[in-house]
Design a binder for this molecule. Structure first.
Ligand code: ZN
Length: 314
């Protein structure tokens, strides 16, 4: 995610002035991967085909949650603000509430869509064992000389000041660091190169308290990016008109991203009377204005967990 008018702060590791609005780097990463990696192109086509096939079969809800081990890489620049354990824990708590529909603010979903608030049945826990089986806190403090990182995945590359992924078939890797140009975060869709799989979150948009800055200080950047990691698209379909979709039937067609804290209803694309489902995690609104996934989004995430990301939890 990128804030539109970026902060040019010399010390981006300190909480900067809040980015005015959310914008995600996920789709530009997707198009880059499509160009660079033929295997990603093939995998994405196959994943989409399998999802379309799976949705035609009535699926029973999983009996127990999918549990995912998380490793958090905290990139620590010299003299930069340090993310505390409580900030990491706050982020994990938000993920667990949001992906189990236990977030207290789901009560704010407009009455017409209350029946569409869905439990994704995904739970996250900090890794307790590292790849060698040695006990770990699941949090890596990685010293770096880089003042800030861009969207070129250097944050994942030790030779460019980043921190190497733990095996991405077993762990959800979350990299947190000072990001350039008001970037809030980005994720890699399933089917991409294994070394870079995971999500990247700005130090200013990770968890709550500490270095997190309003209006992106409630952990929802990570919820949004993990949604992408589990193959969800933006709710308006990433087209500048009403032509694109998110491959989901229970989210209304929408014209473009919504920002800030919109007022219900916001009608676009002849989607009245209820309008855009801007309170969905996959829109661009502020952290405090997003609070739901739908049943079809959940089906798409679960198809990903039963398919290309099966090794994460099984
Ligand atoms: Zn996004």
């Amino acid at each position: 995610m990128v804030a539109k008018s970026s902060s040019k702060a010399k010390k981006p590791n300190k909480p900067a002035s809040p980015p005015p609005q959310r914008k995600c780097g996920c789709m530009s990463m997707h198009y880059w991967l499509v160009e660079q990696f033929p295997q990603y192109r093939i995998a994405q086509t196959e994943i989409e085909h399998n999802f379309m096939a799976a949705r035609r079969v009535a699926k029973t809800a999983p009996k127990k949650p999918y549990t995912i081990s998380v490793v958090v890489h905290l990139l620590q620049a010299p003299g930069g603000a340090k993310i505390t354990t409580s900030q990491v824990n706050a982020q994990l708590k938000t993920l667990n509430q949001d992906f189990r529909a236990q977030n207290f603010d789901r009560k704010n979903v407009p009455p017409v869509w209350k029946g569409l608030v869905a439990d994704a049945m995904v739970e996250f826990q900090l890794a307790t064992k590292d790849p060698s089986g040695i006990a770990t806190s699941g949090v890596i403090y990685a010293p770096t000389n880089e003042i800030e990182f861009g969207q070129n995945d250097s944050i994942k590359d030790p030779s460019r000041g980043g921190s190497a992924a733990w095996p991405t078939d077993r762990y959800l890797n979350v990299w947190v660091g000072p990001l350039k140009d008001g970037l809030l975060g980005y994720a890699q869709f399933p089917g991409g190169p294994v070394d870079t799989d995971g999500v990247v979150i700005s130090i200013n948009a990770f968890g709550s308290g500490g270095t997190a800055v309003a209006p992106f200080n409630k952990g929802r950047t990570c919820t949004h990016e993990v949604g992408h990691y589990l193959n969800l698209r933006h709710i308006w379909g990433d087209t500048p008109d009403c032509s694109g979709g998110d491959s989901i039937n229970d989210t209304p067609n929408a014209e473009g991203p919504n920002y800030g804290i919109p007022t219900f209803p916001k009608v676009t694309c002849q989607n009245g009377p209820n309008g855009d489902m801007f309170m969905n995690y996959m829109d661009y609104v502020d952290d405090e204005a997003m609070f739901m996934f739908t049943p079809e989004q959940v089906a798409r995430m679960q198809a990903t967990l039963d398919g290309p990301r099966r090794s994460l939890w099984s």
